[in-house]
Design a protein. Structure first.
Length: 253
């Protein structure tokens, strides 16, 4: 197992169990405790784990929200598969919303050149990526830019959404559970996400499998509000069935 693969496995275990133990990880992953400590240090530097005595805790359990750059470095292969699978949900033409996020950002990068689309975003980095594409008309929602997620929020971003109607909203989330639905740590960002979904004929959630074990402060949608979930094969089949029973089609790429 390469270091990146091992670190992703450590992060997965931490999020599922709430914490990880150095000795246990070393025994189960067949490496030394020194190797595990180096892995935990690397994950802490990316802002995904917080070291504690004898192990580590995912930052989500401590009330922190990982920065976009940190999230963008994790599960990259899975996010790329999700983005490519989500292309099947694109309209032939018309308008779409792409929410700010690390997985939705991958979708922005792989949009096909043979579709004439209007793309609405609430992320200056996504707008920069898309604006040079001749086949796309790009609209960016104004407002305050959250430094942690690089998403625009508050009234200047909300007001335009009241007057928009798009074919598909491609949404990101920090957490998703059957009981709580889609959640995010920041109420201002939740408000934008809620308005995006209200402006769309269809809603497609792009989320890797780790998102389906977490729940955060602010709910912005129930599973009944989502038409399709595109995730990766790391999602447990039983949990996928439970999600589908709540309403959306679940695609594991």
């Amino acid at each position: 197992m390469y270091a990146e693969e091992r670190q992703q496995e450590i992060l997965r275990r931490a999020r599922e169990a709430g914490r990880v133990d150095v000795v246990t990880l070393a025994e189960e992953l067949l490496v030394t405790t020194e190797t595990i400590r180096r892995d935990l240090t690397a994950l802490e530097r990316t802002g995904l784990l917080r070291r504690v005595h004898g192990g580590a805790i995912p930052v989500e359990r401590l009330g922190f929200e990982p920065a976009l750059a940190a999230r963008d470095e994790v599960l990259t292969a899975e996010k790329e598969r999700i983005a490519k699978a989500a292309l099947a949900e694109l309209p032939k033409d018309g308008a779409i919303i792409i929410d700010a996020g690390s997985t939705t950002g991958r979708l922005a990068q792989v949009l096909p050149a043979d579709r004439e689309l209007t793309v609405i975003v609430n992320s200056p980095p996504l707008a920069t990526v898309l604006a040079t594409r001749a086949n796309l008309s790009v609209i960016i929602l104004g407002g305050r830019v959250r430094g942690r997620t690089l998403a625009t929020v508050d009234d200047w971003a909300l007001r335009p959404l009241d007057n928009l109607h798009v074919d598909v909203a491609f949404m990101a989330t920090n957490g998703c559970t059957v009981s709580r639905g889609l959640t995010t740590p920041d109420p201002a960002e939740a408000a934008i996400k809620r308005a995006m979904i209200a402006a769309a004929h269809r809603t497609v959630l792009l989320a890797d499998h780790t998102k389906f074990t977490n729940s955060y402060l602010a709910r912005f949608a129930t599973l009944a509000d989502v038409d399709t979930i595109v995730t990766d094969t790391g999602l447990d089949s039983g949990l996928a069935a439970d999600l589908a029973a709540a309403g959306p089609e679940v695609i594991r790429a």
